[in-house]
Ligand binder design. Structure first.
Ligand code: MG
Length: 371
């Protein structure tokens, strides 16, 4: 029996992870649940699933449960808890410390939190080397690449192609983009996800993060990772080999599949998602319009030049997306604030303190841009 702990259990990925674990009750078992804010919802999940260990910085004393509380609750659980697989599905930079703690112990981390690699990629790489743990992606594109790479050596790969749906604003007239409303942006055509990532899909900040993610997960230089617009979200990504042979992975757009593949890696196990009706699929691939998605090259350039700048972009993006969702800034201002904040940061990162320092400074700058 594999014991699965979920940090971020009340979010979209967390909830779907619980359904996948339940569907594979013969080999997976939930052993702990963690969240940041939604403590009541997490307690309901714990009761419903018979989980006796709960983790949250906002948790009071709960009689009868093993509780990890206080500001560093998640990190402590990751470092001390009794689990086989840690699913890190919290939003934002909060995912970094628990991931590092788990990998340093040689544990398996299923990572649904991109910020961890975007902000702390070099540190995660170090923790993987020193601890001997395993890092598996819960991200449809990276799950696809992992499958496409099976049985081959990285040397045989010419490049990786990440597919992008283009988000909810892909067909909005360019001139109208700056005035796009929250409602426009959240109406994602293919995927049902949390609000933050849905905005990040519209701007393609998310796809930029995925380039960084792929480069760390698969040890691939940034310039070997390309992006194509693929409206149908059926081909989840591709690998082009040295002989110009393309290997792609296809499935319905449903996050339960990447979750299941990560939890039971490297096996393909009975499905939790429906089959793809291939006869109903027409597929298209287009190059990405740089004018519509300026954030993609902003993140890609930062990935080539400066680890500190990536941290700053991530921090500024969290601040601006929240401000946008709260109705305080327009859609067009997201990119303006992002690029202005990014330009102030350069150089590398040495440790977690560095990351947190840059994160705080960039948040301050971004907030000044909003007021
Ligand atoms: Mg993705």
């Amino acid at each position: 029996m594999k014991r699965v702990a979920i940090l971020g259990s009340t979010g979209s990925i967390g909830r779907q992870t619980i359904t996948v674990v339940s569907a594979h009750a013969d080999e997976l078992e939930l052993c702990a649940l963690g969240c940041r804010k939604n403590v009541d919802a997490m307690l309901l999940q714990a009761v419903a699933n018979g989980v006796m260990t709960i983790v949250s910085p906002n948790l009071g004393e709960v009689v009868g449960y093993s509780c990890y509380r206080g500001e560093n609750a998640m990190e402590r659980y990751a470092a001390e808890g009794d689990y086989d697989v840690l699913v890190v599905a919290v939003v934002g930079i909060a995912g970094l410390l628990p991931t590092l703690s788990a990998l340093r112990r040689g544990k398996t981390v299923c990572l649904a939190n991109k910020e961890t690699l975007v902000c702390g990629g070099p540190l995660v790489r170090e923790a993987l080397t020193s601890g001997g743990g395993k890092l598996l992606p819960i991200d449809s594109e990276h799950c696809a690449i992992l499958q496409c790479l099976t049985g081959s050596s990285p040397k045989e790969v010419d490049h990786i192609i990440l597919t992008a749906s283009g988000g909810a604003l892909r067909d909005m007239a360019l001139a109208k983009l700056p005035e796009a409303t929250v409602r426009d942006v959240l109406a994602h055509p293919n995927w049902n996800m949390g609000n933050k990532i849905t905005v990040d899909c519209a701007t393609m900040v998310n796809k930029g993060y995925e380039i960084v993610e792929a480069s760390y997960l698969f040890d691939m230089p940034i310039d070997k990772i390309r992006v194509l617009l693929h409206r149908q979200s059926v081909v989840h990504s591709l690998v082009c080999y040295a002989d110009n042979s393309y290997v792609a992975q296809m499935a319905v757009p449903d996050m339960r599949l990447p979750i299941q593949y990560a939890l039971l890696y490297p096996r393909h196990t009975p499905a939790v998602v429906p089959p793809l009706d291939l006869t109903a699929v027409t597929m298209s691939f287009q190059s990405v319009d740089a004018e519509r998605y300026p954030a993609l090259s902003l993140v890609r350039d930062a990935a080539m030049k400066s680890a500190a700048r990536l941290v700053a972009i991530n921090a500024a993006d969290e601040v601006t997306v929240e401000a946008f969702l709260g109705g305080h800034i327009g859609y067009g201002e997201i990119h303006t604030i992002l690029s202005r904040t990014a330009a102030k940061f350069d150089g590398g990162i040495r440790d977690v303190e560095d990351v947190l320092g840059i994160d705080a400074a960039a948040r301050r700058l971004a907030k000044e841009g909003i007021c």
